[in-house]
Design a protein around this ligand. Sequence first.
Ligand code: BGC
Length: 543
Amino acid sequence: MAGGGFVAQGEVKDYGYGVTMTMFVLMTCLVAATGGLIFGYDLGISGGVTSMDVFLEKFFPSVFRKMKDDSNNENEYCKFDSQLLTSFTSSLYIAALIASFFASATTRVLGRKISMCVGGCVFLVGAVLNGAANNVAMLLIGRLLLGVGVGFANQSVPVYLSEMAPAKLRGALNIGFQLAITIGILAANLVNYGTNKIKGGYGWRVSLALAAVPAIIMTVGAIFLPDTPNSLLERGHREKAKIMLQRVRGTNDVDEEFQDLIEATEASMKVEHPWRNIMQQKYRPQLTMAIAIPLFQQLTGINVIVFYAPVLFKTLGFGADASLMSAVITGLVNVVGTVLSIFTVDKYGRRVLFLEGGIQMFICQILIGIILGLKFGIAGVGSMSKGWADLVLVLICVYVAAFAWSWGPLGWLVPSEIFPLEIRSAGQSINVSVNMFFTFCIAQAFLTALCHMKFGLFFFFAGFVVLMTIFIFYFLPETKNVPIEEMSRVWKKHWYWGNYIPDSDIIGSVTNGGGASSSSSSSSSSSSSSNGSVELSKGKAVA
Ligand code: BGC
């Protein structure tokens, strides 16, 4: 999931604290949950709102008229095609992408908690603007501000978590962050279902404004939270860092971990050219994965469902209520599927999940495409009986389940567990940026694509699913249970990537000119990299 998997697998160094539930750890969990919820709520809320009549009538009257006008046998696929309507959804992700670059510097220079506060506050303003919106401009500016908030939160929360959590809890928190995102999506679907029933036509305002709740928790939490020992060290406060580590761990006996933190900080500070490093031939496998995996994750088409499920179900002929309820059902399936992946990912490995998930998604997409083609045809005229529409809903659920235990969590986990320290920050930035960029593209293009490609759109995504499944089969080695510092061996043994890895890299470590020795690499994987560790990185990695 969201989190990078440095911690979920590989060897986690045991500093002998056990799993101590200090107040800090508790707060950390809370921040983790709110950070994920904020992102998930945003992913899930827009689709339901844009399917509400009152909202459409107020802000997008032409779409509303098109939707209501059955008289001219309007093409079903094109009912919701409006660039303005899609920009309401997509603007958030482009803002998040741009903001994350600024957030990266803020997180490093001013610390993680300042970044979280900034993110929470900007997000709050966005939620208020959206809830109070009277025109499209207010809506869009609000969405952009939410995006800035998400950019900051996704940058700083995962870093904060990975640095605060004791090693033994880090894996759980890591996947818990992704789980929180799916719960956020589900919460948004439920809220939409409820607010749609509000008489008086202001339900959409409640939906949009409720985004403020997790944001307030995160902002207030961040005000009271201390900064992480890693961040204090990075900014030169060595004494304070040690005291903080003692408080966080609930014991004075932290020397060994503190020493590791210092080494990891020093090593990461010596990494001068992460961007140049990652271009070296020996990092070609990691660079390829940092681009291909997030790109393919978005090309599964999942966000078509996450963003537009209610709109899609309306297109299929479901009533408003049934559409929103169907979105709740897919949201629930998404949560359950993610939980399943937590229990299977380290047992069966990444490849099995990727391959099985790919095949399952492919079958569903093909069947959905065929059914839509038969019922609406190329002209997009027709209707669907309840039985057929229910079958489409079931197929969508089976598809979402497959995504939720494969490309959903693994799309974040795998890229983040394959970068050695010297390219970690650059690699994770690429991963996150590519993901956000294609999330934006899908959000912006879907409704138009549905209008023009019609049922063929499902075949289009199915084609990519075939491509990505073949790609995984041939090019992704199994990384389950492989400590990070051993990862170069995995690539070296691979039939294709082996050619890119010089033999000298295999002896013992992944040392390179950046000064990351095997020991620093190992300590960073067992604690967290002080340059803004990426262990829990749905969002951002590079502090
Ligand atoms: C993806 C999001 C998607 C979510 C659905 C995440 O892994 O990055 O784009 O909306 O899963 O659960």
